[in-house]
Design a protein around this ligand. Sequence first.
Ligand code: PHE
Length: 344
Amino acid sequence: MKETLEKIHKNALDAISNINSTADVEEVRNTYLSRKSELNNIKKNLKDLSNEDKRIVGSLSNQITKDIEEKLNEKYQTFYQKELNEKLEKERIDITLPGSFTPYGKVHPLTQTVDEIVEIFKGMGFSLVHNENSPEVETEYFNFDMLNIPKDHPARDMQDTFYTKVAPNVILRSQTSGAQIHEMLNSRPPIRVIAPGRVYRCESVSARKNNLFHQIEGLLVDKDITFADLKGIMNEFLRLYFGSARPTRFRSSFFPFTEPSAEIDVQCIMCEGKGCRVCSGTGWLEILGAGMVDPNVLRNVNIDPEVYTGFAFGMGVERLAMLKWGIDDIRLFFNNDARFLKQF
Ligand code: PHE
């Protein structure tokens, strides 16, 4: 028995001297110290030995076990450190290397323009209309009838409208002015709102015109509102949006839902007024239609024109963005060309 134990001890020491990794350590531990090992077997069977043998074999097997354990632990420490160092060396990160580029999204220039204009008007006490008061799929009733544009009136031809197959009178709105009607039907004066949104017109696409574009509608209705208020608000808006440098002009105009009406032009930024393809040679770009709300429109929504007056305006967002940034083709906004979009 004693020889057997010594043989086990010697074999174990040989195996330990050949250890090259922590994995080897576990393997040797498993062979010599596990529950199924020869050494453990001997310990389990001690009870069958004589008292004298029990004492000798018991203490010797414990000594051997202890020795193997200690030597294995030493080896483990050595190789654990070595392997850890190797691993750290292999996974070393060079923090001086340039990082990899992650492309990130940006706010579209049209959205930026809308946000900026909305902020300016909020600063002047206007609030945003609720979405349900400004639908894109509209009825002729709101887009035309209620805005004092009767059927067969030539003014309907001013804006070539997209009709839908949903119902004969359901259209894609050709202007945001319908939001005026929704707003006045749903709230009472004083009213002071702006309604940004998409509009659609069936016309041929060019550097100046797209089938889809954006407008911001404004409406103010209260007692004692005059054309001077409209002019004051418009001038203040233009000053804040363009800075004082850009020449603008008010031009008398006609809209069925405002009387009197005006259009506001800004000097063409591309040619500085000399005339170019963007401004069709006129030197000016129309950015805004406006006027005093026609008494007929107020009557349509049951607001007494003898008590209340108001003004409305509608501006083209693309035009305003083009002027600010010097963009010479409206189609650039809709092509989704990253080379264009990442400039803003
Ligand atoms: N809706 C008009 C257009 O699209 C602009 C406008 C709005 C004019 C409000 C007057 C008042 O041309």
